[in-house]
Design a protein. Sequence first.
Length: 118
Amino acid sequence: QVQLVESGGGLVQPGGSLRLSCAASGSIPSIYVMGWYRQAPGKQRERVATITIGAISGRTNFPDSMKDRFTISRDNAKNTVYLQMSSLKPGDTAVYYCYFRNSRNDYWGQGTQVTVSS
């Protein structure tokens, strides 16, 4: 089993920044995928970005709507992935979910609300 603990969501004004963190614990393999998805009200969950940990490469590209504004990074020693979001827009308002995948299962965090509003 894997447990995911997210932090960093909240209310921010348009143009502001937030950093989300997700720490994984439990049965962590040497290679796994972590990342972020988001789901806005009335919309399907969409992938923000994922990153492969324990391998040299494996970072997914951001959708055009987030490119140049969002970055994903990792701390292998802490089994933690970060999502740095800048120049936030009202359209970025959503519940952001941490995602973890090993060779057997997918795991999801409980979600953290990001609201972009003036």
